[in-house]
Write a new protein. Structure first.
Length: 151
């Protein structure tokens, strides 16, 4: 389990763990961005390291966010594929996970310590994550014997 512990059992976080499709081709990312720019109303922009927003992003704020996120994603244009964006539906997106391409780790959740996206863009009102749980420091006995703490 990660230092975040388990994700909250809410509709928002259950949807987060649902089925998503990777935006692999750069031209698909550009098509997605064009559709987002064309319909900037009713989007929540949630920087996961912050508290969840209470209101939709305004049109201008949303456009500025898209430009800033695109600049971060474009740092990896030297790669043959995008791979840092996951969307619930390419034709009618409603929930989008945007990872920092330089801090993705194992976004596929293959490890026991998955990396959260940098931003979640959704039509659904987000719930904040609980604060990270402190890591338990093993006792000297556990370090010497190699026995991990349980709990």
């Amino acid at each position: 389990m990660s230092e975040l512990g388990r994700l909250p059992d809410t509709d928002y976080w259950n949807r987060f763990q649902g089925q998503f499709f990777g935006v692999l081709r750069w031209n698909d990312m550009e098509t997605l961005w064009q559709s987002l720019h064309a319909s900037p109303e009713n989007w929540y922009v949630y920087p996961v390291s912050d508290a969840a927003p209470d209101a939709f992003a305004g049109k201008q704020d949303f456009a500025q966010f898209l430009d800033a996120a695109e600049a971060v994603i474009n740092k990896r244009r030297d790669r043959p594929s995008c791979g840092s964006i996951y969307v619930d539906d390419m034709r009618e997106p409603a929930y989008i996970k945007i990872f920092d391409p330089e801090k993705m780790g194992t976004s596929c959740s293959c490890s026991s310590d998955p990396v959260l996206p940098r931003w979640i863009v959704s039509r659904m009102k987000p719930d904040s994550l609980p604060p990270p749980q402190p890591l338990k420091k093993p006792t000297i006995f556990q370090r010497l014997t190699g026995l991990a703490a349980t709990g």
